[in-house]
Design a protein around this ligand. Structure first.
Ligand code: SF4
Ligand code: SF4
Length: 305
């Protein structure tokens, strides 16, 4: 069933709270398109970890936690943090957002039924090991691959090879793949790279193949009398993520590497000791909603709904 973009009144059908915990501020890579720009900080990560764990133990609603960075696996107590979250009843899912640079044996000591491995593919640092590692890990963890496409033809052959390898995994547990265009953000506006034709063609072909996979991530959109579940890649291609002015029931927080907490999409910051993990709806100030994790929070075209 098709839906006309202008008829859409609601996007997303609700999501548990999301907490993005920046475990560290540094990273082994220095990707040209990195929006974070990793750096070494003076934070005492082990002391801060104890305070954060105590605080999130008191959250009284179910939540999903994204372990991010920098590169989260560089935290000195990474496996202990995962064990703590495994035992925390309200934490329903632990998403590890990693560049997969750690050697494969690092993952032997990590075990949890709640893990989703979000293993980002960075072609600028592809030494041939990325696919080898994901190929050994996808049976152990639910996994997805954000596949970054930088603006350089030098990387195109290895991007094609890696994508082909990923698509050839023949298993019900094969990782979900999302093709990602790096973006620039200034103030409330977002712009995307202009690519040469060969890279545009690669993205188009990759997206077409991936959109036929059954395990692709989906999102619900609604008109007054229709409800459609569509692939996130289709939602993006149709520019449905341009949601400025919509009422958004976002319920997401970032715990920064230095112990400050901010609400997603708001310009506020409080120290973890005084922060409250409570949110209220807001009118979207951004041109584009570029974090697909947030698409499932309900958004309404009419601010009164
Ligand atoms: S791996 Fe991620 S955090 Fe590290 S430099 Fe690349 S984009 Fe930035
Ligand atoms: S950018 Fe933030 S406020 Fe805007 S729609 Fe997305 S999640 Fe909601």
């Amino acid at each position: 069933m098709k839906i006309n973009q202008k008829e859409i009144t609601q996007v997303g059908h609700g999501s548990p709270m999301i907490i993005n915990w920046e475990l560290v501020s540094h990273c082994q890579f220095k990707c040209s398109y990195c929006y974070y720009d990793p750096f070494e900080s003076n934070t005492d990560y082990e002391s801060l970890q104890k305070i954060i764990q105590k605080k999130i133990s008191n959250i009284d609603q179910p939540f999903v936690i994204n372990l991010i960075g920098g590169e989260p696996t560089l935290h000195p107590n990474f496996s202990k943090i995962v064990s703590f979250l495994q035992d925390l009843e309200k934490c329903t899912e632990i998403r590890i957002v990693t560049n997969l640079a750690k050697p494969i044996h690092f993952w032997d000591s990590i075990s949890s039924t709640k893990i989703v491995l979000t293993a980002s593919y960075h072609p600028e640092y592809d030494n041939g090991k990325f696919f080898e590692k994901i190929n050994q890990l996808y049976e152990k963890f639910d996994s997805d691959v954000p596949f970054l496409v930088p603006n350089s033809l030098i990387h195109l052959p290895r991007m094609k090879k890696t994508l082909e390898n990923l698509l050839n995994i023949d298993s019900p547990r094969s990782p979900t793949i999302n093709i990602i265009r790096p973006h620039y953000k200034s103030g409330y506006s977002v712009s995307f790279e202009q690519y040469p034709e060969e890279i545009e063609l690669f993205i188009k072909e990759a997206t077409t193949i991936i959109s036929k996979n059954e395990n692709q991530e989906k999102i619900k959109v609604y008109s007054k009398n229709k409800e459609i579940e569509m692939a996130k890649s289709t939602f993006f291609d149709l520019n449905m993520h341009y949601l400025k002015g919509w009422k958004c029931n976002i319920n997401a927080f970032i715990i920064h590497y230095n112990g400050y907490v901010s609400s997603a999409c708001r310009n506020d910051k409080k120290h973890i000791i005084t922060a409250k993990f409570k949110s209220t709806p807001l009118i979207c100030p951004y041109q584009a909603c570029e974090c697909d994790d947030f698409w499932n929070f309900e958004k309404y075209r009419n601010a009164n709904e």
